[in-house]
Ligand binder design. Structure first.
Ligand SMILES: O=C(O)CC[C@@H](O)C(=O)O
Length: 328
């Protein structure tokens, strides 16, 4: 019987590179299943598969227990907050990801969301459709100090973009070695709290932790908040209150807590916040360019593990840092 590889990422076969053909050529069947990772939908496949190319939905100990032949969970993307890495390790299942594959794409979207917020693009579109051609005032990006939480690959790419447009950046990343240098226009700060005073803040840190809490929001003064990372970084009820009190001027995010199923109940989707809240359906990595790199990278990882060699991008528990309070 041919061994099977399970694919649950949303866009695996939609790039310009035929990544499934590489798996077939190596002698594996490719089975696609629900990106929501519902146990009932996945259980019949998990029984047989030797590898799983996974999207952003959780990969839990329960899934892993149903997959006796599984040798590798390859995240199609970067974030591994969705994978129970300890449970995988305990079962001898390797976990891999594709670092850098979507950095430029996510940084582009973060900039798009920031500019959209600053210039009221969504609110303007809604106004026109409602028959209103009035003026809505925004801010120039070059007049702003922008906080960047997480100064890794994506944070740096985003910072470079806004500095090129004339903004100043304050970046926070506790994993930078003390005394690290930063490029012109970027000042490294010591705490996430220091970013609350910035005109805008963009989040580029791993999920599984709460950074934007009611406490942090008390320090905000009209901040435009952008989140292309993970929905659980934000206390959504507290943020909805901060938007209503104008402590936060806008929220533009590519993610919601419980996205892909539970997100419809988010307090951030309330009708009275619609002009100041913009949400996109996790599009950050969904470019032709990033899809090709994530597909190629995840296939490289899977084939290496199945060939019995070290994958190019292994993930270990110690390489998943946290900055805020854990939420799981
Ligand atoms: O769209 C995807 O599957 C990638 C998601 C992205 O957040 C990542 O973890 O790299």
């Amino acid at each position: 019987m041919t061994a099977s590889i399970l694919v649950t990422s949303r866009s695996f076969s939609s790039g310009t590179v035929d990544v499934a053909a590489r798996l077939n050529a190596a002698g594996y069947d490719v089975v696609s299943a629900s990106p929501g990772h519902e146990i009932d939908a996945l259980a019949p496949h998990l029984k047989h598969v030797v590898a799983w190319i996974a999207g952003t939905a959780p990969v839990t100990a329960e899934h892993l227990a149903l997959a006796p032949a599984l040798r590798v969970v390859a995240r199609y993307g970067v974030g591994v907050d969705s994978v129970d890495i300890a449970a995988a390790e305990a079962r001898g299942v390797r976990v891999t990801n594709t670092p850098g594959a979507n950095s430029e794409s996510v940084a582009d979207l973060a900039l798009a969301l920031l500019l959209s917020s600053l210039r009221n693009v969504s609110a303007g579109d809604r106004a026109v459709r409602a028959g209103d051609w009035g003026a809505i005032r925004g801010r120039e990006i070059a007049s702003l100090t922008i906080g960047v939480a997480g100064y890794g690959r994506i944070g740096r790419s985003f910072a470079a973009r806004v500095v090129a447009l004339g903004a100043r950046v304050h970046a926070f990343d506790p994993y930078l070695p003390a005394g690290s240098d930063s490029p012109e226009g970027v000042t490294l700060v010591d705490t996430f709290d220091e970013l609350a005073g910035c005109d805008a803040v963009s989040l580029h840190v791993p999920g599984g932790q709460r950074l934007v809490t009611a406490d942090w929001l008390r320090g905000a003064a009209g901040t435009a908040l952008v989140n292309t990372a993970r929905g659980d970084l934000v206390d959504e009820p507290a943020l909805a209150a901060a938007l209503r009190s104008a402590a936060v001027s806008s929220y533009a995010a590519d993610t919601l807590d419980g996205e892909g199923g539970m997100h419809a109940a988010s307090p951030l989707l309330a009708a009275d916040l619609a002009d100041r809240v913009t949400i996109t359906p996790h599009l950050g990595a969904q470019t032709v360019d990033a899809v090709d790199r994530m597909g190629t990278g995840s296939v490289d990882n899977v084939l290496a593990v199945l060939d019995g060699i070290d994958p190019p991008n292994p993930v270990r528990p110690a390489s998943t840092p946290t900055l805020g309070k854990a939420v799981r």
